[in-house]
Design a binder for this molecule. Structure first.
Ligand SMILES: NC(=O)c1ccc[n+]([C@@H]2O[C@H](COP(=O)([O-])OP(=O)(O)OC[C@H]3O[C@@H](n4cnc5c(N)ncnc54)[C@H](O)[C@@H]3O)[C@@H](O)[C@H]2O)c1
Length: 248
């Protein structure tokens, strides 16, 4: 199996992409920490994965929570080989000046500051091991922005870029860092991105994707698995678009 003997911590793993990534990693042999702000959903997701998973309640924007989730993972499994910074949120699609300051601050804390906090908690462990992989879930929104999602787009542009910057800085420690940039997908966040939900809205968004559909959770999990595995041992600093050609 592709992740035999590996330990992975996946944030936002109670739903959507994170849940699919956690399940896929476990299927490939990894022991997984399902880390999420929604404790009950995390517990259910970890239970589906069985004894290869633990559930940890954590708000990724909170320093103490992040440190505690890393400690819980190391206590349970002894190490962390793979960190997936997936937890994220968006403001509802609307004109940029209608998004309130508090919403902006929350968005940046959950989507970006979380990566800062997890870097502080996990990089020292990976440095000691002289190995590790960090995958950040960015977005096509940070490459080819759409109107109505300006502050979300900015947060994901930062996620895409910080992945390259971390890769450059951590390569000497044997730590690889990559980002995944998915196009819109069928997760609970979809109506937030579209600013509603209707067959017309769906058709409108799909028409901008050359391959003619949304991403699936498994599309994103498969790409994350590849980047996390030793098959990608010479890849670092990549922002891998999983987007059916949207960014071409
Ligand atoms: N769905 C898409 O179309 C799409 C496209 C590109 C990128 N993304 C990104 O993918 C990632 C996952 O999104 P998704 O679509 O699977 O959404 P989702 O809502 O299905 O899952 C997000 C998970 O993160 C958790 N979460 C939210 N805030 C948290 C916090 N502060 N601390 C810990 N956990 C928290 C939620 O409880 C939830 O389980 C996000 O970073 C999102 O921006 C999504």
């Amino acid at each position: 199996m592709r992740l035999d003997n590996k330990v992975a911590l996946v944030t936002g793993a109670a739903s959507g992409f994170g849940k699919g990534i956690a399940e896929t990693f476990a299927r490939e042999g990894a022991r997984v920490a399902v880390v999420d702000i929604n404790a009950e959903a995390a517990r259910q997701a970890a239970a589906l994965i069985s004894n290869k998973a633990i559930a940890v309640r954590c708000d990724v924007s909170q320093h103490a929570d992040v440190d505690a989730s890393v400690k819980a993972t190391v206590d349970a499994f002894g190490r962390i080989d793979i960190l997936v910074n997936n937890a994220g949120m968006s403001h509802v699609r609307r004109p940029m000046l209608e998004v309130e300051e508090a919403e902006f601050d929350r968005l940046m804390a959950v989507n970006l500051k979380s990566i800062f906090l997890f870097a502080h908690a996990v990089v020292p462990l990976m440095r000691k091991q002289k190995s590790g992989v960090i995958i950040n879930i960015g977005s096509t929104a940070g490459i080819r922005p759409r109107p109505g999602l300006t502050w979300y787009n900015a947060s994901k542009g930062a996620v895409n870029l910080v992945s390259k910057s971390m890769a450059a800085e951590l390569a000497g420690d044997g730590i690889r860092v990559c980002a995944i940039a998915p196009v819109m997908a069928e997760t609970p966040l979809l109506p937030t991105f579209m600013g509603g939900d209707s067959p017309e809205l769906r058709a409108q968004f799909k028409s901008t994707v050359p391959l003619g559909r949304f991403a699936t959770i498994q599309d994103v999990a498969n790409a994350t698995l590849f980047l996390a595995s030793d098959e990608a041992s010479f890849l670092t600093g990549n922002v891998l678009e999983v987007d059916g050609g949207r960014c071409v």
